[in-house]
Design a protein around this ligand. Structure first.
Ligand SMILES: Cc1cc2nc3c(=O)[nH]c(=O)nc-3n(C[C@H](O)[C@H](O)[C@H](O)COP(=O)(O)OP(=O)(O)OC[C@H]3O[C@@H](n4cnc5c(N)ncnc54)[C@H](O)[C@@H]3O)c2cc1C
Length: 385
């Protein structure tokens, strides 16, 4: 028998997070989206303190992935920008250190990440290296008891507010991706580290994004995470976690689209009745629900599979990320259609959700890269009878 029920603890968590997010995260979402870039850091820090107080970062650092998805869906539904910023700090930086960092690194950084007082970021992408990491330029050279980092990263979520970065760099370019890349912890105040101006993004504006430049940036030898040359494998694991998180984010955004669309369907009248009663509108709601519910099942299955270290976990994670990120764009598009021309107005809830939804297909493995991975894995998995 298949049991689709969440555990009692997961249901309690869901209830707590729903109440917390509607009180503390949802009211700030529109303000974070509309705020001038120089106002976002202060607003975001306030959100981080609340998320920390609610135990959300602790959950990202320590809980099983199913529980993380259950809680994450609520955060993303209420505030997608805050979700992405929190994921970048708690999962991409925090969980990476929690799993792969030294005891000294964990003691130094994780208490602040867990409380929301410190903000972390992952700096992997560069102008010439997104999907294809072989195009990376940033390098780290060992000099005495230091590593000297040189290069530039772009599209770093949280960079304008981050206290600490996890930076991907070549330690041995000749050794290639699998043995030549390494991860380093670089603190905000490190000499030679400069954070660029905040990039204006189309959506998820509550998660401020910028590039960073490392100019002969010296960090101590023990800033290396794991072993020299092990960065590619570690980044692969981190990206798996991020893909599960982004799947939960897409599902949360999908629920937000359902909420505003059903509200509009009941409240807006045309031709003498609520528009939701027209077959053309109702059919859209049905498709939205179906896509999102299937996406949630795929997300939870991928999370469960990862929790249980199943060999299928990577392909399930890739297909959940692919399906949910493409679905949420369809869902947001249908939500816009349900709202008619009034949804197209800047500042309307559905307009913000529509912009926020676009991100998931583009980052941490584009849809094309997920398809390529699923195809490769399938070719290896299935044999002729
Ligand atoms: C708002 C935002 C926040 C981000 N935050 C972070 C962050 O915190 N840290 C971080 O490291 N990165 C971050 N990123 C970067 C993100 O992960 C990359 O943008 C993503 O990996 C894609 O890389 P790219 O933009 O260089 O596109 P490219 O890799 O240049 O891809 C461009 C197009 O070519 C396609 N393509 C490329 N190769 C292939 C192929 N082999 N087969 C088929 N199609 C292909 C892609 O699918 C895509 O459609 C962020 C991005 C955004 C938009």
């Amino acid at each position: 028998m298949i049991d689709y029920e969440l555990t009692r603890e997961q249901k309690d968590l869901q209830g707590r997070m729903t109440a917390f997010c509607s009180a503390e995260i949802a009211p700030a979402a529109a303000e974070l989206d509309a705020a001038a870039t120089d106002k976002v850091p202060e607003l975001l820090r306030a959100q981080f303190k609340k998320l920390g107080g609610a135990g959300y970062f602790d959950l990202l650092l320590n809980a099983d992935f199913v529980s993380q998805c259950v809680a994450g869906e609520e955060v993303a539904k209420a505030g997608p920008g805050a979700f992405l910023a929190a994921m970048s700090s708690g999962t991409a930086f925090g969980m990476a250190l929690s799993c792969f960092g030294s005891q000294a690194q964990k003691s130094r950084y994780l208490p602040g990440i867990a409380s929301g007082d410190k903000i972390g970021a992952l700096a992997g992408t560069e102008a010439e290296a997104g999907s294809d990491l072989s195009g990376l330029s940033t390098k780290a050279e060992r000099k005495g008891d230091q590593w000297i980092l040189t290069g530039s990263k772009d599209l770093v979520t949280n960079a304008p507010v981050a206290d600490v970065f996890l930076v991907l760099a070549w330690t041995d370019r000749e050794a290639g991706l699998e043995k030549g890349l390494s991860l380093f912890v670089v603190e905000k105040g490190a000499a030679g580290l400069a954070v660029g101006p905040t990039v204006e993004t189309m959506g998820l504006r509550g998660a401020p994004t910028a590039g960073i430049t490392l100019t002969g940036c010296a960090v101590p030898a023990d800033a290396l995470v794991g072993e020299a040359g092990g960065g590619y494998a570690l980044l692969g694991r981190i990206t798996e976690w991020i893909k599960i998180s982004l799947s939960a984010m897409s599902v949360g955004l999908g629920v937000a689209c359902m909420e505003v669309s059903t509200g509009h369907g009941k409240g807006k009248k045309a031709f003498g009745k609520p528009i939701g009663l027209f077959e053309g509108v109702g059919a859209k709601l049905a498709v939205m629900f179906t896509l999102n519910d299937l996406g949630r099942m795929m997300t939870l299955r991928a999370a469960w599979s990862t929790d249980h270290q199943e060999t299928e976990a990577p392909i399930l994670t890739a297909s959940a990320k692919l399906f949910t990120s493409e679905s949420v764009n369809k869902i947001a598009d249908l939500a816009m259609q349900v709202h008619g021309g009034h949804g197209y107005i800047k500042g309307s809830a559905v307009e913000r959700l529509y912009r926020d939804a676009r991100f998931a297909e583009l980052a941490y493995g584009t849809s094309e890269m997920q398809r390529a991975f699923i195809a490769r894995d399938s070719l290896n998995r299935y044999k002729p009878a």
